[in-house]
Design a protein around this ligand. Sequence first.
Ligand SMILES: Cc1ncc(COP(=O)(O)O)c(C=O)c1O
Length: 397
Amino acid sequence: MKLANRLAAVKPSPTLSLNAKARALAAQGKDVLSFAAGEPDFDTPAHIKDAIKASLDAGFTKYTATGGIPELKAAIVEKLKRDNALSFAPEQVVVTVGGKQALYNAFQALLSPGDEVIIFSPYWVSYPDMVRLAHGVPVIVETRAETNWTPDPAALRRALTPRTKAVIFNSPSNPTGALIAREALAALAHELRDSEAVLITDDIYERLLYVPGPFVNVANAAPELADRTLVVNGFSKAFSMTGLRLGYAAGPKALIAGMQMIQDQSTSNAASVIQKGAVAALTGPTTAVDEMVKAFARRREAMTGGLNRIPGVSCRLPDGAFYCFPDVSGLLGKRYKGTVIDGSMKLSEILLDDFLLAAVPGAPFGAEGFIRLSFATSDANIEKGLARFADCAAQLS
Ligand SMILES: Cc1ncc(COP(=O)(O)O)c(C=O)c1O
């Protein structure tokens, strides 16, 4: 069967396929340790599940407005004011099927063929492909570990063209865990003052922060550009609701209306009962989330410390999210059972196949020489996994 040309421009998500391979090995009874997942290992907080169950029992199972129930939009408006000092009207908010759909719809609504989107690398694997699916052109601007992955304003300036439609900020970042400081965000935004680019701030890891706050996004750092900033956020990471698929975007009225139009003709509303759960998430107690963040903070130290003890590996302490992103270039070029490890992809393959450890190669994130390990797994698993990684490193020659 001849499928659409647009499929040729995109690749399957490497994280999802790696997880699928790890699950298949586990199903064969193998003791696989997965550091590949992009989701918290904690249960969804009880008050959120209770709200979902209660709304289900109350028969809240019909279509809702495409852009979300008024109660949830009001809670999001309030959250953006309380946590982010940003002011939006309810019609500037759209509730989506995960943060992913918010981003997807934003590109569909914004881009005409050939329009460019600036993406800092290392980047979340889905950004470039989502841009391509909207017939846009991803323009990659590299950042470096030595500067804690902070983008260089001059590099951003060089990448800008009259076709630049958007620039994506993701801090704390997947995959690096790095935070971009307020001053750096302001300097980057300054470069965009004469363009018409939309600033997209993907704040999905906002709550998972291990350095002193408060969390600052580009709209806070450059208030003069706040009226062309699209804030994307969701419930997956902060509230451990990955499978429940709920996110949102807030931004310029016309863009939000365009995104809602795309959603009208694709998925319609996000699941009714999950929207009720999201209201509980935003208005209820924060104890469970605080406990989760505390556990992540402890594990981040354990994992970073353990990685730095492996010869050939060096890792910065991540500021946020739940990923360590070590430099493994000291292991590349070595041999394992006669095979040269010619890149992060090969290293990940060996780690999974022979040491039953799933870690995502850096190459698909635009960062060859690195791998991503999630510390959203138990302390015991981290200890065991690090021992397997060290064992692998020791067997290279
Ligand atoms: C940087 C980033 N943005 C957005 C998302 C989307 O998350 P969700 O669609 O589950 O809300 C993810 C998930 O992995 C992510 O890592």
